[in-house]
Design a protein around this ligand. Structure first.
Ligand code: ATP
Length: 351
């Protein structure tokens, strides 16, 4: 078992910077999720930790070893990718045993270790099949078992669920969480899916354009995003973000006015609030938006009502039995207490 430390890790290809000054200590046994949009540098970071990509600047430590110049095979890491990477001509059991063979692990222990890994991912009934005769979810579990069987110091998982359908994603996600809890292996998991990040992570690293935007527990990132990018990326739906001006503690823009905000902040800002924190009102709330309904969606356990505020959409999550028509006037109560303020230019958090 070991923690991982990245000290100002940078990856450049010519003038292009793929990852810039990534600086983080990952605790032993931690489940860390790298989250961000396509191209933000998640996979590159992971590949540098695995040793599949050289580091341009900075240091990577696994436990008390600086691993920059260590071969991938000597880093004691097991990787799980979205493409399962199984050998088609081997059975499930042979696939899972393979890492033990190439690592010359004592053959007397193979049987027991493979059986244990197979049991953990509940593949007992499939051990003699070849990958072609398995479903996507079963193949993904074989890939997981093959990582588990090595009992590595670190798991690196790169979008391991992205080839699965929605239902399988949820169950396999739960299985991964459970396995990591049981094995207590330090895990770095890459995804662009913020629900995966929220549900799996001890801590999330949100990245954009090669730069870390925020590191924190899912709750911290959800409830206090550092900047507009994080606010807009984390949460379903994303935080409502409305550009306007604040003076003497009053935010004003288009059809929205919110008093009672910080008097320390003045000028152009972006005001954010989450749809589930707001409520419908009768046009008499201290801070509110009044406008015709732009969209109305039934979500099953709730309804989402949205209006336009300038170019932005301002939504409120409300009762599942709420009935309304598009175009009907509505008022959304947005009290100061649920609002987040960001700098209009830099996007940085102000409050
Ligand atoms: P995705 O979710 O799409 O996999 P990602 O966040 O994992 O994206 P990376 O694969 O890490 O992104 O890529 C980060 C950036 O580095 C991208 O802009 C990509 O085009 C660039 N990049 C990756 N590999 C190379 C390379 N070998 N040469 C030049 N640029 C590269």
């Amino acid at each position: 078992m070991a923690g991982i430390t990245l000290k100002n890790v940078t990856k450049r290809w010519g003038n292009f910077v793929g990852v810039e000054n990534f600086d983080l200590e990952i605790a032993d046994r931690e489940f860390l999720v790298l989250l961000g949009p396509s191209g933000c540098g998640k996979t590159t970071t992971m590949r540098m930790i695995a040793g599949l990509e050289d580091v341009s600047d900075g240091e990577i430590w696994i436990g008390d070893r600086m691993v920059n110049s260590l071969e991938p095979k000597d880093r004691d890491i097991a990787m799980v990718f979205q493409s399962y990477g199984l050998y088609p001509n081997m059975t499930v059991k042979e696939n899972i045993r393979f890492p033990l063979k190439i690592r010359k692990v004592d053959p007397a222990t193979h049987e027991e270790r493979v059986a244990r890994a197979v049991a953990m991912v509940e593949l007992e009934d499939f051990v003699d099949r070849r990958p072609a005769a398995l479903s996507g979810g079963q193949r993904q579990r074989v890939a997981l078992a093959r990582a588990i069987v090595r009992e590595p110091t670190v798991f690196l998982m790169d979008e391991p669920l992205s080839n699965l359908d929605a239902k399988l994603r949820v169950s396999t996600r739960a299985q991964i969480k459970n396995l990591q809890h049981e094995l207590k292996t330090t895990t770095i998991y890459v995804t662009h899916d913020q629900i995966e990040a929220m549900t799996l992570a001890d801590r999330v690293v949100v990245m954009n354009k090669g730069v870390v935007q925020q590191v924190g527990t899912p709750k911290e990132i959800y409830s206090r995003p550092n900047n507009v990018f994080v606010a807009g990326f984390m949460g379903t739906p994303a935080m409502n973000l409305i550009d306007g001006e604040i003076a003497d503690g009053v935010f004003a823009a288009h059809n929205i006015r919110v008093p009672g905000l910080s008097k320390q902040v003045n000028g152009k800002v972006t005001l954010g609030y989450r749809a589930e924190d707001a409520s419908l009102s009768h046009g008499d709330a201290a801070g509110e938006i009044t406008a015709p309904i732009y969209t109305f969606e039934l979500l099953g356990d709730a309804s989402m009502v949205a209006v336009k505020a300038g170019q932005s959409i301002a939504a409120v999550k409300t009762d599942k039995d709420y009935k309304a028509e598009i175009g009907e006037p509505v008022s959304i109560s947005v009290p100061a207490g649920i609002c987040h303020l960001f700098d209009a230019e830099t996007g940085g958090r102000l409050d």
